[in-house]
Design a binder for this molecule. Sequence first.
Ligand SMILES: [Zn+2]
Length: 301
Amino acid sequence: MFNQWKIIVTAVMAITVWVAPAAHAGLRVFACEPEWASLTRSLGGDHVNVYTATTNRQDPHHIQARPSLIAKVRRADLLTCTGAELEIGWLPLLLRKSGNRKIQTGQPGHFMATDYVTLLEKPAILDRSAGDIHEAGNPHIQLDPRRIMQVATHLSRTLIRLDPSNREDYEKKLTSFTQKWQKKIDQWYQQTQPVRGKSVVVHHDGWFYLLRWLGLNQIATLELKPGIPPTSSHLSQLLSTLQKNPVYLIIYASYQDNKSANWLSQKTNVPTVALDFSPAENETLVHWFDRLIDQLLNVKD
Ligand SMILES: [Zn+2]
């Protein structure tokens, strides 16, 4: 008899443990890139359960639409992505295969950060032979803290729309994020005075917003055409340019191959820096920007 009770009690406990997490799961959010995962966590707190599709070790232009990602999109209440065709190679497929109506284009659960800011560098002429170009303009807005602020306001509204019972809490979180972020923007801008006006070379045209904000001049890209690896003829041309006009830095994303940047650096003595294109896992946006600014200021030869 005692044993029978023990079995029943154990079974009931097992079911309780198994069922419990679903009861307070909150909004299930599928973030395409770590920056939007981080922002959603800051604005959503305990009301959101965020899954990040990519890490800062991956190139967000080229991700495989794996079945595990489709499964996550299928269960999502909200997508937070960059948009403006950054994810054109993988997100439309995930959306189609997910069969989830809530997060399709035009639905409240479909949040594309670039829909809420002005994009720069819109190509005047559409020419696919010019490489992997971004037709809608440069989508890499996560590198402009002022644009992040605009996105935050709209993302908070979206959270309220999907989960109105927690409105007050979302509003409080937005206020505290905004106050802290604005202070940091001023601080970063002050800190970077010494490098303003300096020239840099970048691997891919991904740092445009950051450089423009800080007043750094991007004089060339290692990629002759966006998304296509640097060619040796383009690199030797760059070498002669840099020999005549030295620059402050060669910047590449830590997920990118550093061969070309290192080659050019060795020939010209211009230092290279590998910057994280996105925050690390569970890193706050503030901490990530602190690291970026620190790396730009403290260049190692
Ligand atoms: Zn790009």
